[in-house]
Each structure stands twice: as C-alpha cells, then as structure tokens.
Design a protein around this ligand. Structure first.
Ligand code: G6P
Length: 484
C-alpha cells in the first residue's frame, strides 16, 4: 500500500549482526538521527522509513525479509554503497560541514573522488526511485541528512506531485568550506537540496550558512535571500529560484527545527532496572568521588582529545582535585572503516592511558574510558554525573547536552562548546567554552566542579526546560505541517 508519510535516511532504526551460526540479531545504531527519528516515528505508525543496508548482515536481513514493519531497507551494490557512504558522505561532506580538513593535505578532488561522486549520485538516485515507488499521490516525504542531499531534486523530477522536506542533522559548511568543492559538485548539491519545498536545520547558524552557500549558485539561476546587514532572521526565509533555473518549482523555504528531547520518555528509560543496576556498579567504582562525564561516538568533531588535555590541565593546575574526581569518558567506536577514525580512536585510548599513568594511584584511576555503545550505561552516567563535558568543535545539535540535564538526579553543571548547535538554546545556563581553548576548558571544569549544589540544581532545571521545548514528536510534526 502506498504511504502518505515517508522518511528517507541512510541509517535505519536498527541494524543487524550475523553470528557465525547464521543467526541475525538487531541493535539500535548510535547518533542523534536515529534517536530523534525513532522517538518521533513511534507516534507515526503509518509512516514508512526507507534506509540503506549498511553491512553484509543487513543485506542478509533484506534477503531473509526480516526487516521490521514500517521499514524498507535498500540493498545497494556494496561497492557503490562504500563509495557513497565512506567515500563521499563521511570523508567529504562530513569533513566539509564540520570544517575538519587538515588543510595542507586535504581535500584532494581527483579521479578517485570522481568515481565516488558517481556512486553517491547513483545511491541518491536509488533512494529517489524507492521513494517514488512507495509514495501515495501528494504524499509528504522527509529526507534526512548529507547522505541524501541529491534526493529532493531527483525525487521532484520523478514525482512532481510530492511534498518534500530535507532536514540536515549536521552543521552546514560555511560558504568558504563549501566553496572548496569542485564547482559542478557544489552546484549539484545545492540543486539537490533546493528540490525540497522546505530545508530544515537545527539552528539559525547552520541555516544562514546554507543560504550563504546557495548564493554561490547564482549562475544557475538560484539566488539566496538577502537580509539587511546584521539582521537576525527569526522565522523561515525563502529562496526564490528563477524559472530558467534547473529546478522547476520556484521556492524553497529555509526553516529551523531545533530537535529537543522528550522528558517523560527519557526519564522512564533512565529508571529501568537495567539502568539502576549499572548505576549501582558505577557508584561503587567511583567510590564517592566527583564525576565529569562525556558520552560520544568516537568522532573527530566531538573534540575528545582536547577534552582529555583539558582534564590533564585541570589535574595539573588544580592539584586539589587529584584523587577527588573521576572522568567517565564513553567514547564508543564509530565509522571504523575509515583509517582516520581508527587512528583517532587509538589516540583517545592512548591519551587516557597517559593520564592514568601520570596521575593514577593504587586506589584512584583518573579516567575510565568505556568503548561499548551501551545506552543503559550512558543513562546511568547521566543520572550521577556532577559535570558534563560537551566540547565539540562543530556539531549539528548534540543531544547529549540536552539529555543529561533531563535525567540528572542531583543536578549536573554543563560545560558546553560554542560550536555545538545546542549552544544556541542552552548557553545561558551552561559554562560555555571555545572548543580549541584547552586552558579555558580546564578552568570551566574547575568552576563546574566547584559550583555550589543549589546553583547546579537550579541551572540543571533551566537546562532541562530549554532542552525539552521541541521533543521529537513535535519536531517531526512541525515539519509535516510545513508541508501541508
Ligand atoms: C550523525 C549524523 C547521522 C548519523 C550519525 C551516526 O548524527 O547526522 O546521520 O547516522 O551521526 O553516524 P553513522 O555514520 O554511524 O550513521
């Protein structure tokens, strides 16, 4: 039966593992996209989620027809998929949007890049065709993230009747970074995005970057809106396209939907017996000391290394904290097909070991690194942490910054980077830091640890209120409404 509401994302709600005996088991993937969309779609039973098979085990699940209801997994040729996901989405677009390039060496747009770009185009086309096949007349389609930037344009050519939105969970590159892409590639990306009726971002900072970048494409008949200098737009702006442009429809609205968390859902998840057990074990391990917590995918943009450097500096310049604090660093593996991620993961482990060797004593281990993606354990950490460290260099939103205050028991002081999307909503109640400034981060950690309990609890309440303004279901519905 054709669907009225469709979502397209590279990652589906679950991915599979295949045991040596041939048994498939499902697990939830990491990252903000899956948490936000899963929570939103729990209230949209009729919606269809189209995603890619990410691994051989997922492909086997497609062949055995075991995918859960409401999900269609696309079995894309593994080489095409690898080029599109690892080659373009994660190595080029992720690096561009997060400004992660080591500029003297990267990026390099060569023949290999061109082959990968062809694959990215084919992979986007496969999504557009699947959506075109599954969508009812006039259906609403919500396309997610940088993996699928070409889908709105391609889908509009196949099905002009559909109403299409695109949402970006990451930052959008500044015009300078976007301008590093080869002209035709950049132009194609903007063309793809502007196939949507609405393009959405977590914050105005990223929406502005997008509009600045769209401006680069004047030669294709696409013009960015112009605001009077210095004016902060507070509502959706539109991009008008001249009829001679490559996109047939004339207008794309640019809007901001700042994804928040659902307090009730999260608190009930955080009070399951499984979480209580992990909390008791963690409390025993920490033995009454103060805790500084972080929870991330081991991801270059999360700035885990500078976080550890700041903790080392804290123990050096404020020796009174030695033996009194434990840094609980959950850094679970991500994108391990890419060497740069494997190297980063190893560097995090090594730096943590160095800190433990330098300061540790017979009864105190300064850093406890956890590399298991264990949501129950993360929730236990959220409940007990005294200080949360969220210091990404650039991050679309960062839901961890919003989740912690919601489940914190006695209050948790938040040290928050100016580079996180969440900064826009949470800055007033957090201790904010320039993510590159290790000394300032160490001082913010000291201030956070020293904050009187009543102030911590009070700030946490205000953080939780700001974090729950637009919970996933409302975030999703607002985007559907914008297409009505
Ligand atoms: C970010 C992206 C998501 C992605 C997630 C996890 O949150 O915006 O699109 O799913 O990271 O990354 P992965 O590559 O494992 O899907």
């Amino acid at each position: 039966m054709a669907s009225q509401v469709l979502v397209a994302a590279n990652r589906g709600p679950l991915s599979y593992d295949l045991s040596a005996e041939g048994t498939l088991s499902a697990r939830r993937g990491g990252g903000g996209l899956v948490s936000g969309l899963s929570a939103a779609l729990a209230r949209q039973p009729e919606a269809l989620w189209i995603c890619a098979a990410l691994s051989e085990a997922d492909r086997e699940a497609v062949r055995r027809g075991v995918a859960e209801p409401g999900v269609r997994m696309l079995d894309i040729d593994p080489t095409v998929y690898d080029d599109a996901y690892n080659g373009i989405a994660n190595s080029v677009l992720w690096f561009t949007h997060h400004h992660l390039y080591d500029i003297p060496r990267e990026p390099v747009f060569d023949a290999r890049f061109r082959r990968q770009w062809e694959s990215y185009t084919a992979y986007n086309q496969a999504f557009a065709e699947a959506l075109a096949e599954e969508a009812a007349e006039g259906a609403r389609v919500l396309v997610q993230d940088y993996h699928l930037a070409l889908v709105p344009g391609a889908l509009r050519e196949l099905r002009p009747d559909l109403r299409i939105a695109h949402f970006t969970h990451t930052p959008w590159a500044s015009p300078e970074f976007l301008g590093m892409l080869p002209d035709d590639v950049r132009s194609r990306l903007v063309w793809g995005m502007l196939g949507a009726d609405v393009v959405g971002f977590h914050t105005w900072a990223w929406a502005h970057s997008f509009m600045g970048g769209a401006h680069l494409d004047d030669e294709r008949g696409i013009a960015a809106p112009r605001f009077p200098a210095g004016e902060e737009p507070s509502r959706a702006r539109s991009i008008e396209k001249s009829p001679s442009g490559p996109v047939r429809h004339k207008r794309t609205d640019v809007a901001v939907y700042a994804l928040g968390v659902d307090a009730e859902d999260l608190r009930s998840l955080a009070h399951r017996p499984e979480v209580d057990e992990k909390l008791a074990a963690l409390r025993a391990e920490v033995a009454g000391r103060r805790t500084i917590a972080r929870v991330d995918r081991t991801e270059l943009s999360k700035n885990i290394l500078r976080g550890l450097h700041a903790y080392r500096e804290l123990l050096t310049t404020h020796p009174e904290w030695r033996g009194e604090v434990v840094h609980l660093a959950s850094a679970y593996p991500s994108r391990q097909d890419l060497k740069v991620y494997r190297d980063y993961t190893a560097a995090v482990a090594q730096l943590a070991e160095e800190i433990n060797a330098e300061f540790g004593t017979a009864d105190w281990q300064p850093v406890l690194v956890s590399v298991v993606d264990d949501f129950a354990r993360s929730l236990a950490v959220y409940r007990m942490a005294d200080v949360a460290l969220v210091n990404p260099v650039r991050d679309g939103m960062n839901l961890v910054a919003k989740e912690i205050p919601v489940v914190s028991e006695a209050g948790c002081a938040l040290v928050l980077s100016t580079g996180a999307g969440a900064y826009e909503e949470l800055r007033e109640h957090a201790l904010t830091v320039n993510p590159y400034d290790v000394t300032a981060t160490a001082e913010a950690l000291h201030a956070a640890l020293s904050m009187p309990a009543a102030e911590r609890a009070d700030r946490t309440k205000r953080l939780a209120a700001a974090a729950t303004t637009l919970p996933p279901a409302a975030w999703f519905e607002a985007q559907l409404d914008a297409l009505s």
